[in-house]
Design a protein around this ligand. Structure first.
Ligand SMILES: [Ca+2]
Length: 238
């Protein structure tokens, strides 16, 4: 990266403005197009205007208490509890922020009170920050979802400290994006926009239970066996 550009990026990071909450910050970079065309459940508009991080300039990518996540409520999408499963999730990487690194996304059930609960149902690594394009994360085999759920970008041991970042849609505010600096129980609604994580679900593929077909001779044999058993019982009682 040219020295001037690196300096601009560094300055942008230092000047990041926290608009809501103490440590949720918007960061800026160079848009390189793209657009998020994936997902069946989402709250963003598909175009990434910015990025969001926590503790701008020193994002705690290794601390699991630091969380950027989307709360997916079934009622918003006409989904029925216990009737669907997650097959994929995705996030954009359409802006060059001049930094690049691994982040880890986690899928959690809601605890019924509007907070994600342990344990994570699925996790996958993404690489964001250099406009690498949409990250699509397949879930194989699909994960059954019993109700409202969350997908979180959460600090994870071993990650690059400077890489904690998530795509941000500032075109609206759906109210389903949350951040935390104190773990799962401390999530707070974002005031910056919609964090860009999308889910793809399908109607659950329940396991098929095989019922053996008896046929005529099988049925006769079964009835004969039951009759024998009845005779034995009667003889014992006599
Ligand atoms: Ca947008």
């Amino acid at each position: 990266m040219p020295i001037q550009r690196r300096a601009v990026v560094f300055a942008v990071l230092l000047l990041s403005v926290s608009l809501a909450g103490a440590q949720e910050s918007m960061i800026s970079g160079v848009p390189e197009g793209g657009g998020l065309g994936c997902g069946t459940e989402f709250y963003d508009d598909g175009s990434q205007e910015s990025g969001v991080t926590l503790n701008a300039g020193n994002p705690p990518a290794t601390d699991p208490n630091f969380i950027l996540g989307v709360y997916f409520e079934l009622a918003d999408f006409g989904l029925t509890p216990d009737d669907f499963e997650l097959i994929e999730y995705c996030t954009p990487d359409d802006i060059n922020f001049g930094l690049n690194g691994a982040n880890t996304l986690y899928v959690h059930n809601d605890n019924g009170a509007g907070f994600p609960e342990e344990p994570a149902l699925h996790s996958a690594q993404i690489t964001v920050g250099m406009a690498g394009g949409t990250e699509i994360l397949p879930v194989v085999p699909p994960v059954p979802l019993s109700g409202d759920f969350w997908i979180l970008n959460r600090g994870t041991a071993g990650q690059d400290t400077a890489s904690y970042l998530l795509g941000l849609d500032t075109s609206g505010l759906a109210g389903q994006s949350y951040f935390s600096t104190t773990g799962l129980g401390g999530v707070i609604a974002s005031g910056l926009g919609n964090y860009m994580i999308r889910a793809t679900t399908q109607v659950a593929s329940f396991p098929v239970i095989e019922v053996p077909t008896l046929g005529m001779w099988g049925l006769v044999t079964l009835l004969a066996a039951l009759a024998d058993a009845a005779v034995v019982v009667l003889q014992r009682r006599a």
